[in-house]
Design a protein around this ligand. Structure first.
Ligand code: ATP
Ligand code: MG
Length: 252
């Protein structure tokens, strides 16, 4: 990496290794994410995506290799993980110093939930709860935002709305983003770069050059989607018809 590239990097991973029992789940993995860059990570179930995210979030350690990440980083998981005994606003500001109520309200407004500030988490829909989790992550102005299938538990329509919201908020706040997803279409819609994790390392890592706003009907979109499904080992016969649901089922 040149001196200039080094300054621009938010994430730099070299030769990362993580072993569980006899299996090296991550084995020589290399990954760079530039400041403000949005990377989507695809991979079959059990390929090590969450393991990688947990290491980048310092929730787990590595067995070898080098990992450089910014100090300011937050994770959003598949389930919102709100504290049930705290109201919505208190959940958003939970990791902030006291007296940052206004920042919390602003973050809630960004996800369209300022009117729910005084609600209990149990009264929220799944999509609303996930928006609160997103507000809680963004209020800390992370330099690195780690997203582990944050839309997977949502219905198709809510998922599309959440994708648009994340797209909008990431363009505004410009954190580096690593989004883990099973959904190839989601990856191509949102990301500056897509990567596929297989056998412990990234077998694909390429820029998405499809013009924005990205339309699945664009031949370049369809071609990249097909290539990624191939890299994921989904046989052509199982993805002749383009639907988001099929993409999801195909690689689980
Ligand atoms: N703490 C652990 N102890 C033992 N094995 C683990 C541990 N964490 C993960 N594994 C194993 O490592 C492999 C990768 O797990 P990981 O959760 O990273 O997969 P994933 O790609 O996120 O899958 P999914 O798409 O289903 O979420 C799996 O085989 C899993 O059983
Ligand atoms: Mg996972």
């Amino acid at each position: 990496m040149t001196e200039n590239a080094h300054r621009q990097a938010a994430v730099r991973v070299r030769g990362l290794r993580r072993v569980f029992g006899a299996r090296a789940v991550l084995d020589g993995l290399e990954l760079d994410i530039a400041r403000g860059e949005f990377v989507a990570l695809l991979g079959a179930s059990g390929s090590g995506k969450t393991t990688l995210l947990r290491i980048l979030g310092a929730l787990d350690g590595a067995d070898g290799g080098e990992v450089l990440v910014p100090e300011a980083r937050t994770i959003v998981f598949q389930e919102p993980r709100l504290v049930p005994s705290k109201k919505v606003l208190a959940n958003v500001t939970v990791a902030l110093p006291r007296g940052r109520r206004d920042d919390g309200l602003r973050a809630l407004a960004e996800v369209g939930l300022e009117r729910h500030a005084d609600a209990w988490p149990a009264t929220l829909s799944g999509g609303e709860a996930q928006r609160v989790a997103l507000a809680r992550a963004l209020v800390r102005e992370p330099e690195l935002l780690l997203l582990d299938e944050p839309f997977a538990a949502l219905d198709a329509l809510t998922r599309l709305k959440m994708q648009d919201l994340v797209d909008e908020l990431c363009r505004k706040h410009r954190p580096a983003v690593l989004l883990v997803t099973h959904d190839v279409e989601e990856a191509v819609r949102l990301a500056d770069r897509v990567a596929v994790l297989r056998d412990g390392r990234l077998v694909t890592d390429e820029k998405v050059t499809v013009a924005r706003p990205r339309d699945p009907g664009d031949p370049a979109f369809a071609a990249l989607r097909r290539r990624l499904l191939d890299d994921l080992g989904v046989p052509a016969a199982s993805h002749p018809v383009k639907t988001p649901e099929l993409d999801r089922v195909g690689v689980i």
